[in-house]
Design a protein around this ligand. Structure first.
Ligand code: MG
Length: 383
């Protein structure tokens, strides 16, 4: 029996993880759930999964939650509350599925506590990868990626030596605007941008997929997770989302991991690792005509991907600036304050204005995050 803590339990990954846990009651038990503001959904999860500890954004949300649940459960709040969930002494596996930089402190705490971490919050490694991976080596925390591309690379690397690897090839669906011109893209609505062709995901990552910033963040995530320089990590557009990523070895042999585009698959892999559990997911049908295509990404129409590569060449704080400015710009786009193509513009401006900050501690990283958010908000407000 494995005890699970879920950070971000009411989001898309959190709900999928709970579905898997529900279908395997003899293997998994929920000990802690952290959410922010969706107390209705959290209340229903408490009644169903009986966690010992839950965390919400603040005291008011805690009070609302208290009035909704009949069961005895400890309710904690804020960033400290999420950390308590992440380090619960009974938790064997922590599913880190909060959105954005807010996921860093609790995910880092889980790593420090030596937990097995099923990592879905890519910002943790994007903004603090050096610190978190070093801490994982010290604490012997095992980090299993949930991001489908990184899960694919992780699977392709099993049993292989790192020195045999020539390059990692991350696949990108290209999002809903793959074939669109920049002029068309300048006019897209929030609704269009939220409609991903293959994957069902939360709003932030859906927009990141449409700008391809998601792939840029994933390159930085892969760099830390697999300890590879960004120059050895390539992106290829593969609109069908069947090949989830590939590893090329020095003998020119390529191992690709394939599967239907369903997040339950990498989540289940991370929860059951090193085992594989039977999953009731639609299977790939090779008896039917299936076309898999690959093409290089267009960095002119999707400048966010180029910005992410640039950030890896700039100072050590640049990825944190990139990620924070992107979070602010995506939120502004979702709130209809800026246009779709303003997202890369705002990120680029913030990056260009950013000094080099030291990033030796989590506090340093959070200070950079704070600076970049304030600067990006100012730039957006000035428009
Ligand atoms: Mg991904």
């Amino acid at each position: 029996m494995k005890n699970i803590a879920i950070l971000g339990s009411t989001g898309s990954i959190g709900e999928n993880a709970l579905n898997i846990i529900e279908s395997e009651p003899d293997r998994f038990r929920v000990v802690a759930l952290a959410a922010r503001t969706n107390v209705e959904k959290l209340a229903a999860q408490i009644e169903k999964f009986h966690p010992k500890l839950v965390s919400v954004a603040d005291a008011q949300k805690a009070q609302e939650l208290r009035s909704m649940v009949k069961r005895r459960v400890r309710i904690v709040t804020g960033a400290q509350g999420a950390i308590e969930c992440a380090t619960h002494p009974d938790a064997d596996i922590v599913v880190a599925a909060m959105v954005g930089a807010a996921g860093l402190p609790p995910t880092h705490a889980a790593v420090c506590a030596g937990k097995q971490v099923a990592l879905a919050n890519k910002e943790t490694l994007v903004i603090a990868g050096g610190i978190v991976m070093q801490e994982a080596r010290r604490s012997k925390a095992v980090i299993i990626p949930v991001d489908s591309e990184h899960s694919a690379v992780f699977q392709a690397l099993r049993g292989e030596k790192k020195k045999s690897v020539r390059r990692l090839i991350l696949t990108a669906s290209g999002g809903p605007f793959l074939g669109m011109s920049s002029v068309q893209m300048s006019k897209v609505t929030v609704e269009r941008a939220l409609k991903h062709p293959n994957w069902s995901m939360g709003p932030k990552i859906s927009i990141d997929s449409a700008t391809m910033m998601n792939k840029g963040l994933e390159v930085i995530e892969a760099r830390w997770l697999f300890n590879m320089p960004p120059s050895m990590i390539e992106v290829v557009v593969h609109p069908q989302s069947i090949v989830h990523s590939m590893v090329e070895f020095h003998d020119s042999s390529v191992i690709a991991q394939m599967g239907p585009p369903d997040m339950r698959s990498p989540i289940s892999f991370a929860l059951n690792y090193p085992d594989r559990l039977a999953m009731d997911i639609p299977r790939l049908d090779f008896s039917r005509l299936m076309t898999l295509t690959f093409e290089p990404p267009d960095l002119t129409r999707f400048p966010c991907l180029a910005l992410a590569y640039q950030a890896t060449q700039a100072g050590p704080s640049a990825p944190a600036v990139l990620s924070a400015a992107n979070e602010v710009a995506v939120e502004a786009f979702l709130n209809r304050k800026i246009g779709f193509l303003d997202i890369p513009r705002m990120v680029e401006k913030t990056l260009n204005e950013s000094p080099n900050f030291p990033v030796n501690t989590i506090a340093d990283v959070l200070a950079v995050d704070h600076w970049a958010r304030a600067r990006a908000r100012e730039l957006i407000g000035r428009r």
